[in-house]
Design a protein around this ligand. Structure first.
Ligand code: ARG
Ligand code: MN
Ligand code: MN
Length: 299
């Protein structure tokens, strides 16, 4: 049966320091997302953009220094969670377009609402900070901890993805982690595959292991793809680039394994920042990787 994909734009940069990632949904659409998805044999429907609160000033309205704009993040992720769970209930695969990575809280809450899910987090970063451990106060460094209810996020209902188990979460491509954040990840039951693991074992074996972790006993998986997972040479248009990421080919290989698993129930592309990009190449890359994850084949 043909897969119907529902595109959900989440044009927010409240979770990030550098402005511009709120233009990600437009950039990804203009790069030809719908056509790319059609070439993968899926039918996309574009549900447009979620409403994001607007401020005339930003820094002055940031709120708590240890969790900047958390009010706005709550608002956006709550509506994204509803849109994701509605998309799933109506038999479509939600594809959220960020926006910064804080939107993952909404994707995870929505995807976990009526199912037991696993998660693969393709990212240079762990995004496992909490307000008390974050060096920056930027919520895009916290969504995984938020959804799992780690530390300060315990019992924070709007942020916790009900029933999501650390045992079913895999981070792939990690190469930048803060001190206390690293301890929290080590103390958790989340499985981490660093770039060194990819160097040693190859992206295929690592991704297959991550798929095993995320699918074990679950109804399906959420795939969160932060474009800074790739090397900045391939994906320059991101706010927090880190050298030493995966190549274009490695990224496609991983996405093709995601497609082959047929386990993906929800998906997101985050952290594309057109202001920092060159000729929309990072957005274009995002569309190509989405097509691979949704089953595009050469022949
Ligand atoms: N989704 C991202 N790009 N996250 C970057 C997080 C960077 C850093 N660890 C922080 O907490 O601020
Ligand atoms: Mn990242
Ligand atoms: Mn991230």
């Amino acid at each position: 049966m043909e897969r119907n994909v529902r595109i959900l734009g989440a044009p927010t940069d409240y979770g990030a320091n550098r402005r511009g990632v709120d233009m990600g949904p437009s950039a990804i659409r203009y790069a030809g997302l719908a056509e790319e998805l059609e070439s993968a044999g899926v039918s996309p429907t574009d549900a447009g953009d979620l409403a994001v609160p607007h401020h005339a000033t930003r820094d002055a309205d940031a709120g708590a220094a240890n969790a900047k704009h958390v009010q706005e993040v709550e608002e956006v992720t709550t509506s994204l969670a509803d849109a994701v769970s509605t998309a799933l209930a109506e038999g479509t695969t939600p594809l959220a377009l960020g926006g910064d990575h804080s939107i993952a809280i909404g994707s995870l809450v929505g995807s976990a609402r009526d199912a037991d899910i696993g998660v693969i987090w393709f990212d240079a970063h762990g995004d496992f900070n909490t307000p008390s451990t974050s060096p920056s106060g930027n919520v895009h460094g916290m969504p995984l901890a938020a959804a799992l209810g780690v530390g300060d996020f315990a019992g924070v209902e709007w942020a916790n993805a009900a029933g999501l188990k650390e045992e079913n979460v895999a981070i792939v491509g990690l190469r930048s982690v803060d001190g206390v954040e690293a301890e929290a990840i080590r103390d958790s039951d989340v499985t981490v595959y660093t770039m060194s693991d990819i160097d040693e074992r190859g992206v295929t074996e690592v991704t297959n292991d991550a798929l095993d972790v995320a699918t074990a006993g679950t109804d399906g998986i959420h795939v969160s793809l932060d474009l800074d997972w790739l090397d900045p040479r391939e994906a320059p248009g991101v706010g927090t680039p880190v050298r030493g990421g995966v190549t274009y080919r490695e990224a496609h290989a991983a996405m093709e394994l995601v497609a082959r698993s047929e386990a993906m129930r929800s998906f997101e592309l985050v952290e594309v920042n057109p202001i920092l990009d060159q000729h929309n190449e990072t957005a274009t890359l995002a569309t190509e990787l989405a097509a691979s994850a949704l089953g595009k084949r050469i022949l």
